[in-house]
Ligand binder design. Structure first.
Ligand SMILES: Cc1cc2nc3c(=O)[nH]c(=O)nc-3n(C[C@H](O)[C@H](O)[C@H](O)COP(=O)(O)OP(=O)(O)OC[C@H]3O[C@@H](n4cnc5c(N)ncnc54)[C@H](O)[C@@H]3O)c2cc1C
Length: 519
């Protein structure tokens, strides 16, 4: 479908400007002791917001339109991002992969919470609205609304790390819970950890993931809220974009300066959640949802596709860095780069393996990416990412900090000749080439932005141990363990104390010293 056809058909997908306008809604974002007036102009958030706006523009641009759009399944006749629809076939998953990749290439793999991330979960509302019981119409509404407008929804589904040793009920004052019910909706208070990207999202999805089962109905809650809703505050962590803007330049921190997704402490203080926005308010349903819906496998699919692009980017940056240091020809250094590339290949392979091993979704006719390979990615990614950082620090070494402090140094006549001589690179690369490349690589792995990315990958799907456990349990029911054990049984059935039971093989009675002795 061409762009013109989609517009004629009534596409409701927001543009970049419409997205930015929607963020100017009086939301309560707090940073450095002040309430942020407007995240689209504040130096701590404005370029991150613009990076997201560019993604929305790609939904409309003729050159990316086809890969970024598919017909809606809501009856609107318009188009949407392919991952915002319930997948019905492996081809739907392929179209989703291509669209996720296309967006990630624009942000070089460094924004984890692009709007398609939450589409992994929102599509479950359209797959099985009946599951939500008395809130089924809410599920239908939000599926349609999010899909047609490609809304940007953040999520906060983990309880804050406060008194982990105590049962949830004893930390209720901190965790999100219902204060009281009213005719208009639920009055909710409490916090979640953490709402990544929320200052520049439009809505937030609150639910439960992992941890001990919920037993108290007042905490068995899933809902969607506009982040600008009354009673909702976002207390931002230090903004790397702000620090870079005030104390450096885009040349010095090219990723922090535009791709920082602020992780906020999200606080509800007697916030009214209208009944229309409630999806789950039931102990059994909230505990079952994660396993029943299959949303995690979709989330991992989006994450591994994103990681694939991030690793492509790192491979490119490391390769350019080695060209500058002149160490790229050494055997150990080549092996280091090769190890990073092999992780890159493994991630791309798992992503596509998830398509090849797609399995039935929540309801008849829907399809989700293969769960077992997905959990393997979730368990493997943290260690792999940590190892990649270690390799880069080993093979690029001091090259990562043998650098000037700021872009302005290149305009400072007293030191420019020194820079040109002492920072020059191998292979005809100039000092400017070195500084630009190495600062980019440092921002990727070493700056506060870069270090936060390791923490992010490590905790993306909870603790790796949890994912190893999940794989272990899954393998007992999906046939993996049975198959592996059968293989070993088959091997062991072909011999016994007397020798081979398989007549094809020759029992060595003719040469074996014990057999000969006993003859
Ligand atoms: C950069 C970043 C961004 C994030 N963004 C989001 C987001 O957007 N939305 C969101 O919902 N979440 C987000 N998170 C939270 C993330 O999902 C969690 O960090 C992750 O699930 C791990 O949980 P935790 O941090 O609470 O660790 P914990 O569960 O507190 O675990 C800490 C340690 O204690 C151990 N432990 C904890 N409880 C027990 C127990 N009962 N028995 C034995 N051992 C225990 C764990 O094994 C682990 O070693 C983000 C986290 C980070 C770091």
């Amino acid at each position: 479908m061409t762009e013109t056809a989609a517009v004629k058909a009534g596409s409701r997908v927001q543009s970049g400007d419409e997205f930015l306008e929607s963020l100017r809604d009086g939301r309560s974002v707090w940073s450095y002791g002040e309430r942020v007036d407007d995240v689209t102009t504040h130096p701590g958030f404005r370029n991150s917001a613009r990076s997201l706006a560019e993604l929305y523009d790609m939904m409309h641009a003729p050159e990316t339109f086809d890969v970024m759009n598919a017909p809606t399944d809501t009856g609107s006749g318009g188009t949407t991002h392919p991952f915002f629809k319930v997948a019905r076939s492996q081809d739907d998953l392929r179209a989703s992969r291509n669209a996720i990749t296309c967006w990630q290439e624009r942000v070089f793999g460094w924004m984890g919470r692009t709007p398609d991330y939450k589409a992994s979960l929102i599509t479950t509302l359209g797959d099985n609205p009946e599951y939500f019981g008395e809130y089924a119409d809410n599920a239908r509404f939000w599926y349609k609304e999010v899909q047609e407008r490609v809304l940007h929804i953040g999520h906060a589904i983990v309880n804050p790390p406060v008194d982990r040793s105590k049962p949830i009920s004893e930390t209720k004052d901190v965790f999100v819970h219902v204060d009281r019910e009213t005719d208009n909706g639920l009055i909710v208070s409490g916090a979640k950890v953490v709402a990544t990207g929320s200052p520049t999202t439009q809505y937030v999805y609150i639910s439960k993931s992992g941890g001990p089962p919920v037993t108290d109905k007042s905490m068995a809650l899933t809902f969607i809220a506009p982040v600008s809703g009354p009673g909702i505050s976002m207390i931002s962590r230090a903004s790397y974009e702000n620090v870079a803007a005030r104390a450096a330049s885009p040349f010095d921190y090219p990723l922090s300066s535009r791709l920082d997704e602020n992780d906020t402490v999200l606080v509800f203080d007697e916030a009214l959640i209208p009944w229309e926005n409630v999806l789950v308010y039931d102990v059994d349903r909230i505990n079952e949802f994660e396993d029943a819906s299959g949303w995690l496998s979709r989330a991992i699919f989006q994450a591994s596709t994103r990681m694939g692009v991030k690793l492509d980017f790192l491979v490119g940056a490391v390769s350019k860095a080695l060209e500058i240091t002149g160490s790229g020809g050494f055997r150990g250094v080549q092996a280091g780069l090769g190890e990073i590339i092999s992780y890159r290949h493994a991630v791309h392979a798992i992503r596509d393996g998830m398509i090849e091993s797609a399995e039935p979704g929540w309801t008849e006719g829907s399809v989700i990416p293969g769960t077992a390979y997905g959990f393997a990615y979730a368990a493997m990614a943290p260690g792999m990412y940590r190892r990649i950082r270690e390799i880069i620090e080993t093979i690029v070494a001091s090259g990562l900090i043998y650098l000037n402090s700021n872009a302005v140094d290149f305009e400072t006549p007293e030191i420019r000749p020194f820079l040109d001589r002492y920072l020059r690179g191998s292979n005809g690369k100039t000092a400017l080439d070195r500084s630009k490349t190495m600062k980019l690589l440092w921002d990727a792995i070493g700056s506060e932005f870069g270090a936060r990315h390791e923490l992010y990958e490590l905790n993306y799907f909870g603790q790796p141990e949890t994912n190893h456990l999940a794989i272990s349990q899954l393998s007992a029911v999906d046939g993996t363990l049975d198959y592996a054990r059968d293989l070993v049984e088959q091997c062991m059935s072909e011999y016994d104390l007397k020798g081979w039971t398989n007549s094809r093989f020759v029992t060595p009675d003719d040469v074996n010293f014990i057999a000969l002795r006993n003859k």
